[in-house]
Design a protein around this ligand. Structure first.
Ligand code: 5AD
Ligand code: FES
Length: 356
């Protein structure tokens, strides 16, 4: 049965060109389980209509956990001197890509901590080598860099870039990231867009001090900027950080945020993030996939390094061998009646623009 108060809100979120923040807050604040189920079902239907039933896969290679930043929530932050640091060799990285390509997966994500002295020419060389040897989309996720570096990597063949905004609340952003600024992050995001990258953003839900109004502002930001991909996950406290005693993000609120983001952004690629697969010791990725998400990111970082990419504790798949995600993901798709899509999974927004 459809709910008479909720349905008009959901219809407005879907159809409006300019979104009413009060509608977003209303949906994020739902408490009644039947209404929440209706929100998720509505988002699931929009997902089916705009991106279909295929779950896109992105093979993840966490090539280095070195980081110069001091983000207060992240286990990789440079003040965590107990963490052994690593960087994979060129050969190790290319072996990972080979495994991803052999698994038939059409996209690789190269991720690392944010390093000021990351050798941009070295990374450009790796991208070129990948593009020569494999027919695979390359997504980078190495943090805030200069426009020149972004341009170099784009020219080398990189297709996409992930740089989550984390939170759009300026004060909260500054508290959590003493070393960096929201303005520079926005500058990076704009540079990436104008350089022609398929552009990814995202947020953390349940950051200490974050409100429903903040999350609604994040969603309005996502809608305004027309991102191609948006990753949303719960905050998970890491014992070696300043936020170790804070509670984790609320799973239901994460799912509501994914659902509202799906309804508003329609055809954006939304991953069921590893964080939603790791919070409270449970795997809520199937729930996310049924509330609007359409992407999974199996981890191909080799052991023993994979365990050292500990952005938060209890990270899903961190003890498994590379390759073990395949059967697990097949089973997940099966259980929820979906299929696996191994294609590159390019942005549907770009395709639409090219057809216009
Ligand atoms: N909890 C949840 N997500 C986190 N990230 C980093 N630390 C945490 C944490 N403690 C996320 C950030 C970053 C991504 C790589 O991991 O959103 O962009
Ligand atoms: Fe990696 Fe399940 S998705 S083991």
């Amino acid at each position: 049965m459809t709910d008479k108060t909720l349905q008009p809100v959901l219809n407005r979120l879907y159809a409006a060109d300019v979104h009413d923040k009060a509608d977003i807050e209303y949906a994020l604040s739902l408490k009644d389980q039947a209404q929440i189920a209706e929100l998720f079902a509505f988002a699931d239907e929009i997902r089916r209509r705009h991106v279909g039933d295929g779950i896109l896969l992105r093979g993840l290679v966490e090539f280095s956990n070195n980081c110069d930043n001091t983000c207060k929530y992240c286990g990789l932050n440079k003040t965590n001197t107990n963490l052994a640091r690593y960087k994979l060799t060129d050969r190790q990285i290319l072996n990972c890509i080979e495994q991803i390509a052999n698994a038939g997966i059409g996209t690789v994500v190269l991720q690392s901590g944010e390093q000021a002295d990351l050798d941009a020419d070295w990374l450009a060389g790796i991208i070129r080598e990948i593009k020569i040897r494999f027919d695979i989309a390359v997504t980078l996720s190495v943090g805030e860099k200069s426009r020149e570096d972004y341009a170099l990597w784009k020219n080398a063949g990189a297709d996409r870039y992930l740089l989550k905004i984390e939170t759009t609340n300026r004060q909260l952003y500054q508290n959590l990231h003493p070393q960096i600024t929201l303005d520079n992050r926005l500058r990076c995001s704009r540079d990436l867009k104008t350089l022609g990258y398929q552009n990814g953003s995202g947020s953390i839900i349940g950051l200490p001090g974050q409100t429903i109004s903040d999350i609604a502002d994040d969603i309005l930001f996502f809608a305004r900027e027309q991102f191609d991909m948006i990753g949303i996950g719960p905050f998970i406290p890491h014992p070696a950080t300043a936020l170790s005693d804070c509670p984790p993000g609320n799973v239901e609120l994460v799912l509501k945020t994914i659902a509202v983001t799906r309804i508003i952004t329609k055809d954006t690629h939304l991953p069921a993030t590893t964080a939603i697969g790791s919070v409270n010791g449970n795997d809520y990725r199937p729930d996310a996939l049924m509330a609007g998400a359409n992407v999974l990111m199996p981890n191909f970082t080799p052991q023993p390094w994979r365990q050292l990419y500990e952005i938060y504790p209890g990270k899903r798949c961190s003890t498994e061998a590379p390759g073990s995600c395949g059967p697990c993901i097949d089973m997940m798709a099966n259980v929820i009646g979906r299929t696996i899509d191994l294609s590159r999974g390019d942005s549907l927004k770009k395709k639409r623009k090219e057809c216009a």
